[in-house]
Design a binder for this molecule. Structure first.
Ligand code: FES
Length: 232
């Protein structure tokens, strides 16, 4: 090729194109587009040349899941729930009722309540001590302090509660309060609970992590000293 033709070829090249004889600044594979994402395993192919697979994923900020939102009890259903006849609970005694309560996530969960009788008064509470959130009964259906039978008592550390208000008046959770439930005796002598949302038809499931009543009563360590109770 003459010097003249060579200069003509160079003048026909598109403006800005590197001369054919120029040394490429990148290898052929480097010149190919690079890209990909996790899970893409096929190399990029163009013009018969295999491209280089290079991860170019953008850094993603760490995804921190939101803390679980504790479900809260569903609003009261407006229903009245007849729980038992008033004669089923003896004076200065109580009775525990495992129920299923509806929560804001729509689920039913075991919920243990007790009704304590103090003369003609009936008081219902959630069966959970505010101190360490264990059941209160130190023996089956026994919720009253055994010497004077005037105060409710937790069997684990002996906190004592006013039966009418549920306020702890002595013991490790002094000043705390049991969760009270609206309770009254209706015309048919049934003890009725209100202001809650429960399902009396639902099968009672075991409370998660909650030992059975018998286990609690065996393990709470409470030693009954003496009692003045004389009725049967
Ligand atoms: S758990 Fe009830 S007084 Fe401690």
């Amino acid at each position: 090729m003459s010097d003249q033709s060579a200069s003509n070829e160079a003048s026909n090249a598109p403006a800005g194109a590197a001369p054919a004889s120029a040394e490429p600044s990148q290898s052929p594979t480097e010149a190919l587009p690079k890209g990909g994402c996790a899970g893409a395993h096929a190399a990029w192919v163009q013009g018969g040349q295999r491209g280089q697979f290079v991860m170019r994923a953008m850094p993603v900020p760490e995804i921190v899941p939101p803390p679980p939102v504790a479900a809260t009890p569903s609003p009261p259903s407006g229903e009245l729930y007849g729980i038992c006849n008033k004669r089923e609970i003896r004076d200065r005694m109580g009775k525990s009722f495992p129920l299923m309560r509806r929560w804001t996530d729509g689920k039913l969960r075991p919920w243990d309540v007790f009704i304590a009788r103090f003369g003609k008064e009936y008081h219902a509470y959630v069966n959970e001590c505010p101190h360490q959130h264990v059941r209160l009964d130190w023996e089956k259906n026994n919720f009253f302090e055994p010497n004077y039978l005037k105060l409710l008592m937790c069997g684990k550390h002996g906190s004592q509660f006013d039966p009418e208000t549920g306020v702890c008046i002595s013991g490790p959770c002094k000043g705390a309060q049991l969760e009270k439930i609206v309770c009254f005796v209706d015309d048919e002598d049934d003890v009725v609970l209100a202001g809650i949302n429960i399902d009396l038809e639902a099968e009672i499931g075991p409370a998660a992590g909650d030992p059975s009543v018998d286990e609690v009563l065996e393990n709470n360590g409470f030693k009954l000293q003496s009692t003045k109770r004389e009725f049967l």
